[in-house]
Structure formats: C-alpha cells, structure tokens
Design a protein around this ligand. Structure first.
Ligand SMILES: NC(=O)c1ccc[n+]([C@@H]2O[C@H](COP(=O)([O-])OP(=O)(O)OC[C@H]3O[C@@H](n4cnc5c(N)ncnc54)[C@H](O)[C@@H]3O)[C@@H](O)[C@H]2O)c1
Ligand SMILES: Cc1cc2c(cc1C)N(C[C@H](O)[C@H](O)[C@H](O)COP(=O)(O)O)c1[nH]c(=O)[nH]c(=O)c1N2
Length: 171
C-alpha cells in the first residue's frame, strides 16, 4: 500500500498531550562563540551513540537562539538538578539573554560554552551534523569533554511540571 494515501489523523494537541506523559531530563543548552552567547531550556535531548560519544538536541527553528547555535556550531548540554526549576523557567521563556545568565554561576568549557555550576552533568560538544524535520532542527553533538556531579539529585519534566529525582542514598 502506498503510505502517501494514509492521511495524518493525529492532531498536534493530541500529540503534545501524549508526549507530556514521557518524562525527560531537563537541560540548559548553552553556547558562546563568534555569534555571541545564548542558552535555552530543552527536554528533547537523548544519547545517540557512544562511538564517537554523540547526543542529540532538538531546537525549534523559530527560537531566537537558533541562528546563534547554528553559527557557533558548538554547545554545552547542562543537565539540571533538583533546585534548578526557576533557572529552567528563565531559559525556557522570553527573558532577555543577559538576565538568563546572571541568575547562575558558570565556568567555561573547552569549546568556550558556559558550564553550569551544580549541573548533574555537562557535555561540552561540537555540532557535527544538523538535520531539519518539520519545525525543528536536530543537532547531532559530538562530546569533547564532560563534567559529572555525583552528589546532587536529578530533575525530570513530566506532565507539564518539574519533579525531583532522588538518589537512592541521601546526599
Ligand atoms: N521539543 C520541544 O520543542 C519542546 C519540548 C518541551 C516543551 N516545549 C515548550 O515548552 C513549553 C511548555 O511545554 P509543556 O510540556 O508544558 O506543554 P506542551 O503541551 O506545549 O508540550 C507537551 C509535550 O509535547 C512535546 N512538545 C511541546 N512542544 C513541542 C514542539 N513544538 N515540537 C515537538 N514536541 C513538542 C514535549 O514533549 C512536551 O513535553 C511550550 O511552549 C512547549 O512548546 C518544547
Ligand atoms: C521544560 C521545557 C522544555 C523545553 C522548552 C521549554 C521548557 C520550559 N523549550 C522551549 C524553549 O526553551 C524556549 O522556546 C526558548 O527558551 C525561547 O527562546 P526565545 O525566547 O525564542 O529566545 C524547548 N525548545 C526546543 O526547541 N526544544 C526543546 O527540547 C525544548 N524543551
């Protein structure tokens, strides 16, 4: 059967309602380079392959940060910890860029991208490939350096809200 004869029957709202049931880590994606400094909140992040270590980030092409990431071609994925909810909202809204960065402490990764102090993990990456699908660009990111924090609790985005993820052993 020709798959082109199958009309799409799933509405955008239905899709989002179902997707809201998929819990995900929350991340602040940062970049710094020739196009400037930028950052945004993303839950659409996942591991692709460990050889070479690669993850992906889905970025809406209508976001104000999109041209900055595309030109800089480097970024840091900062996976958020419990307690980072307010910071996540700052980077996930329409707040001016300088106000977003002033709200936390940062160091500099080898690519020059900002590394968030207290993140559960930070992945410093170069963007190796960009694939466009619908409204989003999928940024394939090769990991060049890592920071890992074994002491903080995690944070999940589930059912349109934040949920702390507690480690087995108390911190
Ligand atoms: N992948 C994304 O671009 C993405 C993911 C999560 C949240 N958001 C944005 O954050 C805000 C709050 O989201 P929410 O979870 O409270 O409610 P929502 O109803 O907008 O989204 C529910 C779920 O649908 C998916 N989703 C949302 N927008 C999407 C998009 N443009 N493309 C692909 N998938 C998308 C995500 O999995 C999200 O958790 C919204 O503005 C939303 O667009 C975007
Ligand atoms: C919890 C959560 C999760 C996500 C987002 C928001 C929030 C609150 N946003 C939206 C994104 O952060 C938002 O569009 C930008 O910060 C807005 O930037 P500009 O105002 O366009 O600069 C988002 N956007 C995106 O392109 N990919 C993603 O995976 C996500 N995930």
């Amino acid at each position: 059967m020709n798959p082109n004869h199958l009309a799409p029957v799933v509405e955008k709202t239905e899709f989002r309602n179902a997707m809201s049931r998929l819990g995900a880590a929350v991340n602040i994606i940062t970049t710094e380079g020739p196009a400037g400094r930028a950052g945004f909140t993303a839950s659409a992040v996942c591991s692709v392959t460990d050889s070479p270590p690669t993850l992906l980030v889905c970025l809406n092409r209508s976001a104000s940060v999109w041209p900055v990431f595309c030109e800089n071609r480097q970024l840091c994925v900062n996976t958020l910890a419990a307690g980072h909810e307010t910071l996540s909202n700052l980077f996930g809204g329409k707040t001016p860029m300088a106000e977003r960065f002033i709200a936390a402490e940062w160091s500099t990764a080898i690519t020059g991208s900002p590394v968030l102090s207290g993140a559960v993990a930070s992945f410093d990456c170069r963007i190796s490939q960009i694939v466009s699908v619908g409204t989003h660009d999928i940024l394939f990111c090769e990991v060049l350096a890592l920071v890992r924090n074994d002491d903080t609790h995690g944070l999940a985005w589930f059912d349109r809200g934040y949920h702390p993820l507690m480690r087995q052993e108390a911190c």
